[in-house]
Design a protein around this ligand. Structure first.
Ligand SMILES: Cc1ncc(COP(=O)(O)O)c(C=O)c1O
Length: 408
């Protein structure tokens, strides 16, 4: 194109996120990128078609200012390309790839690097769907899947002996909000030549930047804070180009990319990611303190209330406590269900990170696939309730929780 549409001019991510990666001349000077709702793209000539395929198959390097080489929307599309450029900004990454869901981001990434007989270590607890993929799917491909508890003090010795190809950590962990020292895992992964993947869904790129702490790749359920309005299912991986290029090739052949409308919606959402998340976090801090002092609450799990070693890790690597809170109600599953059924402003639904507040029961919902004994071992009891805090008036949210407790 002859235009360096990726020039940053020393601007901050909040400014760049509004315009980076898009040239209005592409579309009649429309201020915002239109939705490129097309499955395929016309080549100017057969020679150009040949060149684009050479770039797509890695036979030839693309010049930084060259046209993006559009071929077919399973490989790329302007909405996807603009989104991928913008997703690098907050994470300070070289490149990113977007997907049809968080699970397709995770599965496509893992399947890019693991071959039969390889080993993967993963931290536990973590999101139930990821657990299912590791335990019930990867094992069938003759991949050695090794789970470790976040509290495991011998983990670095075990990793040194087993030499896994991938170390996968979710920090903070869903739903117990435990944090994992990314720097320590980065050190060991570099020592043994493993790839360190961090699921950063809970804090998003606003409150945690895992690449700063040595992660090789960061995965997201973009369904959550990145989209932020509970109307999109999508995923993303950000990190170094040498890995992202390989992941994009796998994505092309698994067909796990997202579509132009979803990408356009996420572009819109990204513009308000920071201000949404800041407001959600302000609300969450007040709600966590309300819960901490409530006589019908046994324990609150919130990054803003961590103590001891967990607090030290939080302080080192997190930029804020975010808007996810879990708590144990004083009672069993029956009491927890009654509480959930009493809620009026909070909606009883899984997922998180949207503008509206949600409540769910991890034991019987998001983490129900994990054996009961295992759940109890890691602190997911039938009295645990998980809250995702939205942007509502915080007094309305606290009053809703108050009346749900009073009517137990
Ligand atoms: C931490 C975490 N990672 C990954 C996922 C999977 O994302 P998706 O539902 O977009 O496939 C979720 C979903 O809840 C999650 O909470």
């Amino acid at each position: 194109m002859g235009i360096d549409y990726k020039k940053k001019n020393n601007l901050k991510p909040e400014t760049l996120i509004l315009s980076y990666g898009y040239v209005p001349a592409w579309s009649e000077y429309a201020l915002k990128p239109p939705i490129y709702q097309t499955s395929t793209f016309i080549f100017k000539s057969a020679e150009e078609g040949k060149k684009f395929f050479e770039i797509a198959y890695g036979l030839r390097e693309k010049e930084p200012t060259e046209s993006i080489g559009l071929i077919y929307s399973r490989l790329n599309n302007p909405n996807i390309e603009i989104l991928e450029d913008r997703l690098t900004l907050y994470d300070e990454a070289e490149d990113s790839a977007v997907f049809s869901s968080g699970m397709s981001a995770i599965s496509t990434t893992i399947l890019t690097f693991l071959k039969p007989k390889d080993k993967i270590f993963y931290s536990f607890p973590l999101y139930g769907g990821t657990y299912y993929f590791f335990e019930h799917f990867l094992k069938d491909f003759d991949i050695e899947v090794i789970k470790f508890y976040i509290s495991d003090k011998n983990i670095f010795e075990r990793i040194k002996i087993e030499k896994p190809k991938i170390i996968y950590i979710e920090t903070p962990a869903n739903p117990t909000l435990e944090v994992i020292d990314m720097e320590k895992f980065s050190k060991i992964s570099k020592e043994i030549g493993a790839i360190l993947i961090v699921d950063n869904t809970f804090l998003g790129p606003i409150y945690q930047k895992p690449l700063r702490f040595g992660a090789d790749l960061v995965v997201y359920s973009a369904t959550k804070y990145i989209s932020g309005h509970s109307d999109v299912v999508a995923g993303a991986v950000v990190g170094y180009s040498k890995y992202i290029n390989q992941i994009k090739t796998t994505r092309t052949f698994l067909g796990t990319i997202t579509d132009p409308i979803n990408a356009w919606l996420i572009l819109r959402s990204l513009e308000t990611l920071k201000i949404r998340f800041e407001k959600q976090t302000q609300n969450a801090i007040k709600i966590a303190n309300f819960l901490k002092n409530h006589p019908k609450v046994r324990k609150v799990y919130y990054l803003g209330l961590l103590e001891g070693e967990q607090y030290e890790i939080y302080k080192k690597q997190c930029l804020g406590p975010g808007a996810m809170i879990s708590f144990d109600i004083d009672g069993d599953e029956k009491v927890a269900f009654k509480f959930l059924n009493n809620l009026k402003v909070f909606k009883l639904a899984v997922s998180l990170g949207g503008t509206e507040s949600l409540a769910e029961h991890p034991y019987s919902m998001t983490h129900s696939d994990i054996e009961n004994e295992e759940k109890l071992k890691i602190g997911i009891s039938d009295s645990m309730i998980r809250l995702s805090i939205g942007i509502e008036n915080v007094d309305d949210l606290i009053n809703d929780l108050k009346q749900a407790f009073e009517n137990l």
